[in-house]
Design a protein around this ligand. Sequence first.
Ligand SMILES: NC(=O)C1=CN([C@@H]2O[C@H](COP(=O)(O)OP(=O)(O)OC[C@H]3O[C@@H](n4cnc5c(N)ncnc54)[C@H](OP(=O)(O)O)[C@@H]3O)[C@@H](O)[C@H]2O)C=CC1
Ligand SMILES: CC(=O)[C@](C)(O)C(=O)O
Ligand SMILES: [Mg+2]
Ligand SMILES: [Mg+2]
Length: 491
Amino acid sequence: MSNYFNTLSLRDQLTQLGKCRFMDPTEFSDGVTALKGKKIVIVGCGAQGLNQGLNMRDSGLDIAYTLRDAAIKEKRQSYINASENGFTVGTYEELIPSADLVINLTPDKQHTQVVGAVMPLMKKGATLSYSHGFNIVEEGTKIREDLTVIMVAPKSPGSEVREEYKRGFGVPTLIAVHPENDPEGKGLEQAKAYAAATGGHKAGVLESSFVAEVKSDLMGEQTILCGLLQTGSILCFDKMIEKGIEPGYASKLIQYGWETITEGMKYGGITNMMDRLSNPAKIKAFELSEELKDIMRPLFQKHMDDIMTGYFSKTMMEDWANDDKNLLTWRAATGETAFEKTPAGSDSISEQEYYDNGVLMVAMVRAGVELAFESMTESGIIGESAYYESLHETPLIANTIARKKLFEMNRVISDTAEYGCYLFDHACKPLLADFMKKVDTDVIGKHYGEERDNGVDNAKLIAVNKKLREHPVEVVGARLRESMTAMKPIV
Ligand SMILES: NC(=O)C1=CN([C@@H]2O[C@H](COP(=O)(O)OP(=O)(O)OC[C@H]3O[C@@H](n4cnc5c(N)ncnc54)[C@H](OP(=O)(O)O)[C@@H]3O)[C@@H](O)[C@H]2O)C=CC1
Ligand SMILES: CC(=O)[C@](C)(O)C(=O)O
Ligand SMILES: [Mg+2]
Ligand SMILES: [Mg+2]
């Protein structure tokens, strides 16, 4: 097998990268009908598997789980996840042959082996589904011609797929039908019904492609969503400790700060997040983020380039072949950081204080979201897709850090995302070393500008506001958020 994307002509690469149609909510008026009464079997019951299955069953679909023999025999966590939630659990041989839809929610590293095991058992004309395009695009796996291949990819960690559904909302979702596998022309209707069953249609669905999803998803997760939140957590915490801020306070400000400040962004874009600062703090955050953008832009572009050429996938698959040596080493090292090892203190921190005392964190979020959006759209990914993958998903990832710091984030996201997060973190920390030397507690840990009045230069404030509001991520975001009528507050 070889990288499918690299076998395409530039014309076809651009066509598939550019496939991105925002679907009108009325297109989901049939709800789950296309899958009602169908036998749906999910392979794997982990972060996505369990949470998608719970939503789909609550939406009225017939869901069962098939796990590898060892998981059943040893009653592993995945077996417990499925059985304790009342689902039927069976072996491949027991459940796959009668399945109309087989949903592969195993780790990307396992896809070739899993698909090789389940595909021979699938009945003629069944459908195989993924939630990430890696196996089809980066590995070039070929699927039996009579099978339909679809993708329903939540732009969210598995835990928040369920949490947003329980709030009566959902998470933005990309759906796709693999052009090489749609023999009966039923793929799109099934993908729509599947997306509706997870609640995705309430947040927004893009009719996309396997190529567009995988290239944007890898970029978002490696940079703004996981990489920069990890780097920012560690650098901001270490700076506060260096400057004498009480460790418990510093830990709490970061652990819950990302969730708080990005919740403001989820509702009203970067503009609203920045507007929550005082005028002097907003100008300071703007200046810091402009500097951060200049420093980090080459790194964001390198990640995008390495994803587009397949170089990232090649290096990650070398680690797969080496028993995940790097992934496991980097995971252990993250657990040893001072931020991870310092419990959040008991200080009460008001919602506004997270903004006032976290100006640097606000600056990092603005810089990261804009850079990720710019790097993606400059490389052929369409703005709506880049928005979901950068701005909207950042608060969903931040929710995981609020639960149990970087440990929880790296546990819930995919191993693929975790690997890319560490790559970015290892490169970004030294890149920001000189920048961080100039940072003091006025922008992280203490209330910015408390000691002076709120006066600012009007011309400068007008210019800052204009720059923030006119960024393309704000323009496309305002349009997409109009359809998020069921969005509920988390903080
Ligand atoms: N995590 C996330 O938030 C997101 C993930 N995705 C995609 O969803 C897919 C699933 O990812 P995720 O939910 O993180 O995966 P997890 O690692 O959380 O869960 C994987 C599941 O697969 C099982 N599994 C592992 N190895 C094998 C194997 N060789 N054969 C059969 N089953 C196996 C595991 O059970 P056991 O080991 O007990 O057998 C576990 O139940 C991936 O394609 C990922 O890219 C997409 C969006 C977000
Ligand atoms: C949660 C999600 O969307 C990620 C980061 O892409 C993943 O876990 O792969
Ligand atoms: Mg993702
Ligand atoms: Mg991913």
